[in-house]
Design a protein around this ligand. Structure first.
Ligand code: KIV
Ligand code: ZN
Length: 520
């Protein structure tokens, strides 16, 4: 599994559950991580980076259970350059059929400075830690963090050491999204040519998107000889995110004429996975995002619509079905039954269990009573709203009644269930949303700061559902919540409560980032 035998085969390494989950506010619950891992395995991801086992008990348990349940994929965990991290990582991933330890250290001058290691001291540490990992596991990935800002001679030296110590994959991270396509290719080519033993390992590319070049940099690295692309679903990740899995995979598929490389990904599962990751991470996909954005296959202008009706290839370089998008946009109505709803969900690539279908059906009927036509986007929003993780619902909305209008103050009467106990209050505010948030805060006092409050209409018309996104921060932790409802204030209350619930988990979780450079 580690070294592709075909030279045109590119391994897809997905780090949605590690680098993606690390992005501020994208916390996922244990069950959500298991579900996403299963989707990634089923779609043909070669290696799943399931988490950072030393970061917290929760991370450890998630990686362990993902490893136990894995099917085809290699299950990988992250570890810093110390024995304790590596041992903990091994304890979690060893349950997989195909485990991998991924250990790393920052090698650029800026990163060497923080632990205060000289070049020689760091080289020794790399030798010792990679050897230690290799004694535990025969599949070891090593990364020189901030490789693209590391002196070339030092980079060659430490990669040679890692290979000799037993690393089987060498990953070249562009940690701060600084490189550009030609430079990315030149670096990989130089390393493969110069480092002794380079032909015995797989070179990987791991690009961040700070300058919007992550996908281009990853593909350039492949053209220069990298045979593993590290990516996340929807490009989730620190700051501007990582290379988006769907972008590199579809680029390789659509432009196979000039980039003749194969992946194992079943592209028809892309949309379903993208939607689920957006739901559980709370990070909505921007409308004009390549491949998975709402508008990626929408044609608005007359000329485009006319061309599409005559021949879809005039304005589409791939078919919606290629990524698992149903081409039909026929709306459902209040007479549609459970079977039609199930059919629609299947067509949209949304898999739901029987219990979730029951919940969605009840909410669909109530929506169809209020709205003449229920469109695909309404259904997607409903699924997102019923898919919340019950285990993390410390606070639940029971009822909300708001009085608003030209004469203030606006009032919100709210009933919440907090830790299973019903509590209620009536509060005023500067507008109905402010009154509602005040009422929640009166019942659940919090120091959380509201960083973002955003409303968008799911479809057109005054009866459209509103999707509300809320972002909160406290003590440097960030969480997001999203909800949809035809009543904007109800959607706002639910989104706020989801973000508060997620923040409670975030506040109890240790932050791996602060220890990244702690090499001892
Ligand atoms: O971006 C990065 O350098 C990383 C490493 C931990 C591989 O995510
Ligand atoms: Zn990264």
């Amino acid at each position: 599994m580690n070294i592709p035998t075909d030279q045109d085969r590119v391994l897809i390494f997905d780090t949605t559950l590690r680098d993606g989950e690390q992005s501020p506010g994208a916390t996922m619950s244990h069950d959500e991580k298991l579900e996403i891992a299963e989707m990634l395995d089923d779609m043909g991801v070669d290696i799943i980076e399931a988490g950072f086992p030393i970061a917290s008990e929760g991370d450890f348990e998630a990686v362990k259970e993902i490893a136990e349940r894995s099917k085809e994929a290699v299950i990988c965990g992250l570890a810093r350059a110390n024995y304790k991290d590596i041992d903990r990582c091994w304890d979690a991933v060893k349950h997989a059929e195909r485990p991998r330890i991924h250990t790393f250290i920052g090698t650029s001058p800026l990163h060497r400075d923080i632990p205060g290691l000289s070049k020689d001291e760091m080289a020794d540490l790399i030798h010792d830690t990679v050897s230690h990992a290799r004694n535990l596991c025969d599949n070891v990935q090593w990364s020189p963090m901030d490789a693209t800002r590391t002196e070339h001679d030092y980079l060659c030296r430490v990669i040679e050491i890692a290979i000799k110590a037993g690393a089987t994959t060498i990953n070249i991270p562009d940690t701060v999204g600084y490189t550009a396509p030609r430079e990315s290719a030149d670096l990989i080519r130089m390393l493969i040519e110069k480092v002794p033993g380079a032909d015995e390992v797989v070179f990987a590319t791991h690009c961040h998107n700070d300058l919007g070049m992550a996908t281009a940099n990853s593909l350039a690295a492949v053209e220069a000889g990298a045979r593993q692309i590290e990516s996340t679903i929807n490009g989730l990740g620190e700051r501007a995110g990582n290379t988006a899995l769907e972008e590199v995979v579809m680029a390789l598929k659509v432009r196979n004429d000039i980039m003749p490389y194969q992946t194992r990904i079943d592209t028809t599962k892309i949309m379903q996975t993208s939607r689920r990751v957006a739901q559980v991470s709370g990070f909505a996909v921007q409308y004009n995002k390549a491949i998975v954005g709402k508008n990626a296959f929408a044609h608005e202008s007359g000329i485009h619509q006319d061309g599409m009706l005559k021949n879809a290839e005039t304005f589409e370089i791939m078919r919606p079905e290629d990524i698992g998008l149903a081409s039909s946009q026929l709306p459902l109505g209040k007479h549609s039954g459970r079977a039609a709803l199930r059919d629609k969900l299947n067509g949209l690539g949304l898999e739901v269990g029987d219990n979730q279908l029951k919940d969605i059906f009840v909410r669909f009927k109530s929506l169809a009573d209020r709205k003449k036509e229920v469109y695909d986007d309404d259904i997607i929003a409903l699924v997102a709203d019923t898919a919340g993780d019950k285990a993390v619902e410390k606070i639940k909305l029971k009822t909300l009644k708001v009085v608003c209008g030209t004469e203030g103050p606006q009032t919100a009467d709210i009933v919440l269930e907090i830790d299973g106990e019903e509590v209620s209050t009536s509060q005023t505010g500067d507008g109905p949303v402010d009154a509602t948030f005040n009422a929640v805060k009166a019942l659940f006092p919090t120091d959380a700061r509201l960083e973002l409050y955003q409303v968008s209409a799911v479809t057109e018309g005054t009866d459209a559902q509103a999707t509300v996104s809320v972002r909160l921060s406290e003590d440097g932790r960030i969480s997001t919540g999203q909800s949809a409802d035809t009543d904007t204030v109800v959607a706002s209350a639910k989104a706020y409560i989801t973000a508060l619930n997620r923040l409670q988990i975030r506040l109890t979780k240790s932050t791996p980032e602060v220890h990244y450079t702690d090499a001892s």
